[in-house]
Design a protein around this ligand. Structure first.
Ligand code: ATP
Ligand code: MG
Length: 437
């Protein structure tokens, strides 16, 4: 691919771009300078250069160099080589890790045995060292292939990324269909970057998308787990979700959810999911933490809920029905997107606590309150009730129950036997409580 293109990059000298060293992590600068001093080429590359040029704060700083991994290791005491397929150097400074990658060649230029391609066009390996130019051509989008060279503080552009950045266009390098086939995850990355950056996807890159979505089925579920998290933890999950559905990508990530959404009549599931995603975005934009299991629990809630309902209709008790539904839906889901156990366990808890909220007699509410997953499950219930899928009165009861003191809590409990009169009685009881205190 690269041999067909002009070898001369466009170089933007220091006054022609907006990157200043003050915006760059001091640790990344240390790495760049030390490589340079040892006689190697050293550049910042990828997302950090793109974000710096856009005036955004980069998430992390990646370095590309012509030094081989072992040579990098010799220069840094705090260095560890990672990655089986392609060796990368991780240089650690306290909590910050600067990733240093040796320039990598494009597959077609590799020696036999160093690259392989499937019938669909998917690249299986591309672990050959290359020149900076080859390294640029093998990257996904033009705006992700810009280099900030520490030798003269220039920005080096082989692929027209600078112009695309100015225009707000996301464009794959080379032939779009071929690049999607090489690595179908690029379809998800297209959605991620267009929403995150607010860019338009170049028409030629958008056209083949819907047709190529089935290629996602070949991607290892473990890799998709990471990608899905990046998609939904980007701070613009609502838009991302809408785009994924628009292109038909969502169906390959969450088939059971997609099916449930297609069948919906009352609008609950969509409202619920959008609420959760909106909530996630707001939390992230306020700098608060978001737990992946909560997000995944929400993404799969509708099929789990429907399956539990079916099982209840044929006689399972509510909590058992929920446990069985959880297993059923999870076992299908992990064939598409892997879910590690540390995530699926709390997901199950959030789900199975939902029917337990209904039971408000005796010691049950007290036991539920002290459950380690109570808080997450209660937040989940609130979102369900806001979406109109759970009784607002139920969510409200739990809100009051948490705020009440021991005495009030006892008064709030439902009387177990007389089922028909349960509701009016409970309301009366609640009123008395507030009068007597
Ligand atoms: P973010 O800020 O979200 O991390 P990023 O651009 O840094 O965005 P990464 O996933 O960290 O994204 O990847 C770093 C760089 O590696 C990209 O900018 C791109 O140049 C290259 N890259 C990553 N994934 C691919 C891929 N699937 N195909 C080609 N190049 C890729
Ligand atoms: Mg990155």
């Amino acid at each position: 691919m690269s041999s067909l293109k002009p070898a001369q990059p466009r170089v933007y000298a220091r006054p022609e771009h907006t990157i200043s060293r003050a915006q760059i992590s001091p640790n990344a600068l240390k790495v760049l300078y030390r490589l340079k001093k040892a006689g190697f080429r050293a550049c910042l590359v990828g997302g950090c250069v793109r974000d710096l040029l856009l005036g955004r704060e980069p998430k992390d700083f990646d370095v590309a160099t012509d030094a081989h991994p072992e040579q990098v290791r010799e220069l840094f005491r705090n260095c560890r080589l990672v990655g089986r397929r392609f060796r990368l150097a991780h240089i650690r400074f306290g909590r910050e890790i600067i990733e240093v990658a040796t320039f990598r060649g494009v597959a077609a230029l590799g020696r036999e045995g160093d690259w392989a391609q499937e019938e669909t066009g998917r690249l299986l390996r591309d672990n050959v060292f290359g020149t900076i130019e080859e390294d640029a051509w093998r990257r996904d989008f033009t705006v992700n292939a810009l280099y900030y060279d520490i030798a003269d503080f220039s920005v080096i552009d082989y692929v027209g990324g600078m112009e695309d950045l100015r225009q707000g266009v996301l464009r794959l390098i080379g032939d779009p269909e071929r690049r999607y086939r090489e690595d179908p995850v690029r379809m998800l990355r297209a959605v991620r970057f267009m929403t995150k950056l607010g860019f338009t996807l170049d028409a030629a890159c958008e056209r083949p998308l819907s047709r190529l979505t089935p290629l996602l089925a070949d991607i290892p579920p473990a890799r998709l787990y990471e990608e899905v998290l990046k998609l939904f933890l980007s701070g613009c999950a609502v838009q991302t979700f809408e785009r994924l559905r628009q292109y038909g990508l969502f169906a390959y990530l969450f088939p059971a959810t997609d099916e449930a959404l297609a069948q919906e009549h009352h609008g609950f599931p969509l409202t619920f999911l959008v609420r959760v995603l909106d909530n996630t975005d707001r939390r992230l934009n306020e700098g608060k933490a978001v737990t992946p299991y909560f997000l995944y629990a929400a993404l799969l809630w509708e099929p789990v809920r429907l399956e539990a309902q079916r099982r209840q209709e044929v006689g399972s008790a509510p909590v058992v029905a929920m446990q069985e539904a959880a297993s059923e839906i999870l076992s299908v889901q992990i064939r598409h997107v892997a879910i590690p156990r540390r995530i699926s366990l709390p997901m199950r808890e959030v789900w199975t606590l939902q029917p337990r909220f209904e039971r408000r007699q005796g010691g049950r509410p007290f036991r539920l309150l002290s459950h380690p997953r109570f808080r997450a499950a209660y937040d989940f219930l609130l979102l369900r009730s806001e979406a109109g899928e759970a009784e607002p009165a139920l969510a409200d009861w739990w809100t009051r129950f948490q705020q009440a003191d021991e005495n009030e809590r006892r008064k709030m409990l439902e009387k177990p036997r007389r089922k028909r009169r349960r509701r009016p009685r409970q309301r009366k009881g609640a009123k008395q409580t507030s009068v007597s205190t």
